[in-house]
Design a protein around this ligand. Structure first.
Ligand code: GDD
Ligand code: MN
Length: 594
């Protein structure tokens, strides 16, 4: 079901708002029988915009007179539905594009969708040449720091639940960036739009505002900077002081040989760092909203008081993590020595090769060492962001936020699967995805109904939580769930699953069930690593080495194209075609013959 709030900020748009509302109603007609939507207009006008909007069924909220950004935030806060879509009220965003912005959220589980002029199919309609150039320069600069191809369109949609509107800064116009940087999302999609021009009236955007938006991007980047790293580095600095103090004291007054006291001092400092990091740096949030550091004035006392208040709030809203200290300290100790070794090597290298003064080389080296120690502490000691193949959102995360090559690879496979699965009318009909896991790949296919089946309950619950339209998820497999209606499905997907089965008989059983459930002539798409190819074998092995959390250990049935084809033909399928991108993975299309 569609549940969306369309949020429109307006200031003196009486000439445009009527046409816009009408356009929104028209655009939403395909959804109307089962939809829940509202138009929320946040108005700061001195003209009749509010009256006209109300007459056309919008809920009008009085703006605070604090500019476009604040108006959008107030609109988001007032939105009552699960998805929020933000667009300009001057007619430059075409309401016809609304369905394409909603679709990835409703059908594919995206968390945030950005209307973009700079993806394939996007455009500006009739902008003057110099406006285009100015805009392009700004947008490209922004892309470098935000990774979004069009951070300026102002036309976007997102799941309401990913962001707390009170965290957003209303001084900037780029609320999309605020949501992107501060929201808790996994999947972001850019879809093409054509940016028109306002129908009547004039633009309210000033050079001053452009400047403010640029400053805000810097603030967002600082906001994203790992504050925990600062804490870690400060604690490391305090540790260094303890180290020298102990080293000196026990050598001079304990009469210990400096070659031995060095190790004692090091151990003391490491233990101190470990304890401080455990109780300060790597605390676990209990509620995620730790207030902002608010400063009134710039006096030293104000700053100190604000800091104390901030730290107190931080401690109140977090708790130390529950970890095994024996293992933890071992890993911390080892990580620290790795860091020291790197520091030493960098120092020698810079001094010997570039002739840099040794204290400076060591200082640079300690920068490297601190980042290494921090990373090891974060990942190996206090187990941050630990996601393994069994995490509920593992595949989802890999698809949208994985390593660049991983993302690219998954997209290549997804696009072949989509191409194979869809019938000439561009639809795959009723789709059954066996062993869907938490992968969005199957959702990229146009379907009339989609049923995902997986024996891992966590993953099924994750997918259910996305509330996708026309998608159902069942916990189980073809052995435990009994489908009674033969020939019910038009398309069956078996994507990266068959290699996890332990026996050939199990594979046969699954294929026979699929055969029964498919209509005659229906499609079966199978994807699995190409274990007979050189690339397939090596990719699998490398994957096992570098992505230890992933699936490689579980690979048991290893097919090549011939053996896979033989098996499927044995089970009543006819081979149609296959693609083996880079020789590593096979995607094969079969048809059910009777
Ligand atoms: N409530 C409220 N309060 N709305 C405002 C205010 C305000 O103070 N200022 C502007 N708006 C509304 C306008 O009524 C319009 O619906 C929308 O915000 C965009 O304002 P325009 O004045 O049309 O600005 P623009 O077209 O220059 O800027 C748009 O295009 C830029 C790309 O060139 C915006 O979408 C920008 O975000 C975008 O970067
Ligand atoms: Mn405009």
């Amino acid at each position: 079901m569609l549940s969306v709030s369309i949020c429109i900020p307006t200031r003196n748009e009486e000439g445009n708002i009527k046409r816009l509302n009408q356009g929104i109603y028209d655009a939403l007609i395909p959804y109307t029988p089962e939809s829940k939507y509202e138009i929320v207009v946040v108005d700061d006008s001195t003209d009749k915009t509010a009256t006209i909007a109300r007459a056309f069924g919008a809920r009008v909220i009085k703006g605070k007179g604090m500019g476009l950004g604040q108006a959008i935030i107030d609109g988001i806060a007032a939105s009552q539905n699960e998805v929020v879509l933000v667009m300009d009220g001057d007619g430059s965003h075409d309401p016809q594009a609304i369905p394409s912005l909603l679709k990835p959220i409703l059908d594919q589980g995206a968390d945030i969708v950005i209307g973009s002029r700079y993806v394939k199919g996007g455009d500006y309609s009739n902008w003057a040449f110099n406006r285009k150039v100015k805009s392009l320069v700004g947008v490209k600069l922004m892309q470098l720091v935000t990774g979004v191809r069009d951070s300026n369109s102002g036309f976007f949609a997102f799941r309401r639940s990913i962001v707390d509107s009170s965290m957003l800064n209303g001084k900037t116009w780029k609320i999309m960036l605020e949501v992107l940087f501060k929201g808790k999302w996994i999947s972001k999609v850019e879809v093409p739009i054509t940016f028109g021009d306002r129908q009547t009236g004039e633009s309210k955007r000033s050079t001053r505002q452009v400047f403010k938006d640029a400053i805000n991007v810097i603030r967002l980047l600082i906001w994203k900077f790992p504050k925990r790293y600062v804490s870690f580095a400060v604690i490391g600095g305090i540790g260094a002081i303890s180290y020298f103090a102990v080293f000196w004291a026990i050598t001079e007054y304990g009469h210990i040989w400096y070659g031995a006291s060095y190790f004692i001092a090091t151990m003391v400092a490491m233990t101190q760092n470990y304890i401080m990091n455990h109780f300060i740096t790597f605390r676990e949030p209990t509620s995620h909203n730790i207030g902002k550091l608010k400063l009134k004035g710039f006096g030293v006392i104000t700053l100190c008081l604000a800091l104390v208040k901030y730290v107190m709030e931080y401690v109140r809203k977090t708790k130390p993590r529950n970890i095994n200290h024996l293992k933890g300290f071992g890993a911390y100790f080892a990580g620290s020595w790795v860091g020291e070794l790197v520091e030493y090597l960098v120092m020698i290298f810079l001094t010997e090769v570039f002739g840099i003064f040794y204290l400076l080389s060591d200082f640079i080296g300690s920068g490297f060492s601190s980042v290494i120690k921090y990373t090891i502490a974060r990942k190996k000691v206090w187990n941050d962001d630990k996601r393994t193949a069994s995490s509920p959102d593992y595949e989802w995360h890999a698809f949208y936020k994985g390593l660049p090559w991983q993302k690219r690879w998954k997209r290549i496979i997804a696009s072949i699967v989509k191409e194979f699965a869809e019938y000439p009318d561009g639809e795959a009909g009723r789709v059954l995805d066996v062993g869907c896991g938490a992968s969005p790949q199957g959702l990229m296919i146009n379907h009339s109904d989609y049923l995902g089946l997986d024996p891992r309950e966590g993953k099924i619950n994750f997918m259910k939580s996305k509330d996708l339209r026309k998608c159902w998820f069942i916990h189980g497999d073809l052995g435990t769930v009994t489908f009674t209606e033969d020939g019910f499905f038009d398309t069956v997907l078996f994507i990266e699953v068959i290699e996890h089965l332990s026996e050939m008989d199990e594979a046969r059983f699954n294929l026979h069930q699929m055969h029964r459930l498919l209509k005659t002539g229906g499609k079966l798409v199978v994807a699995t690593p190409n274990f007979e190819g050189f690339m397939g074998k090596w990719m699998d092995r490398l994957y096992g080495i570098f992505q230890r959390n992933a699936y490689q250990k579980e690979h048991q049935l290893k097919f090549g194209l011939e053996s896979l084809r033989e098996l499927c033909e044995d089970c009543g399928f006819e081979y149609v075609k296959s693609e083996i991108p880079s020789g590593a993975d096979m995607v094969c299309l079969f048809r059910k013959v009777d």
